[in-house]
Design a protein around this ligand. Sequence first.
Ligand code: HEC
Length: 124
Amino acid sequence: MSEARALCASAIAIVILAITSPNSALGLSARENFQRYCVQCHGPEGRGDGVNATKDLGATPKDLTNAEGLGRLTDDRVGEIIAKGGARNELSPLMPPWGNTLTGEEIRGLVRLIRDLCKCTFKP
Ligand code: HEC
């Protein structure tokens, strides 16, 4: 196969992948979405120590590894906070809403990722 044909075949493969990736605008994994949209505040490991987490931010991004704090929230509630943001959930408006950026499936993926970070589940 010539180089041009190989290139063309891989371009087609990429387009097919993009079209068929389930429910996702960019087709990113939960980890990739976290790296792209959350780390600047919550930090690379979710400890609430991202580059934006300075005194001047006005609210402390939650430590998502905190099992006690996250254990008080149901998965639905964590999803609501991510989708609708702090302002709509009696939290600081500095936690942005992501419902127009991420699909429901991507938000559920982030909830699962946060459960991995806190190594916790909802404790009624
Ligand atoms: C601009 C900074 C910023 C970004 C970006 C951000 N957050 Fe937040 N987040 C916050 C702040 C600040 C709070 C705490 C609000 C409060 O305490 O009132 C928070 C709170 C939360 C909470 C509530 C946790 C709890 O224990 O109550 C969750 C869950 C959360 N963020 C997830 C995410 C996810 C997932 C993303 C990426 C899609 C994200 N955040 C992006 C600033 C941010």
